[in-house]
Design a protein. Structure first.
Length: 124
């Protein structure tokens, strides 16, 4: 994923528009749109203003790495990407079915942890 793809992702996440971002830089909306269409990287000062408008870092927009995220946040992002389809499926269920399925998963995980603990105790 490149700079502009991450910009579009942030615009969507913030529920805003390219026009709004352009107004914050400030630059004409049609010029901003052309940058995106042509995949033209902005100058450093412009990239900084874009990042600031999108409440992120230039490093994130350029590399996808966000130095402001904690290790826990990064781990959660990796897990969210890994289980994206499953999460989408869960969202499609009605609330009662979702609760039953989540409870079932918790019970299964607890059972696995208990068996593991017993095996560790017996191994000592």
């Amino acid at each position: 994923m490149g700079f502009w793809q991450r910009v579009k992702e942030r615009i969507k996440a913030l529920n805003t528009t390219q026009e709004w971002v352009a107004s914050k830089i400030p630059i004409r909306a049609d010029s901003f749109s052309r940058w995106i269409q042509r995949n033209t990287l902005p100058r450093a000062d412009e990239a900084y203003r874009i990042a600031k408008a999108l409440d992120t870092s230039v490093e994130y927009l350029l590399t996808g790495n966000d130095p402001m995220l904690s290790l826990e946040d990064k781990t959660l992002l990796v897990l969210a990407k890994k289980y994206k389809d499953l999460l989408n499926d869960l969202e499609e269920l009605d609330e009662d079915r979702r609760k039953v399925l989540i409870e079932s998963i918790h019970l299964q995980a607890e059972s696995i942890r208990s068996v593991k603990k017993i095996k560790e105790t017996n191994a000592k």
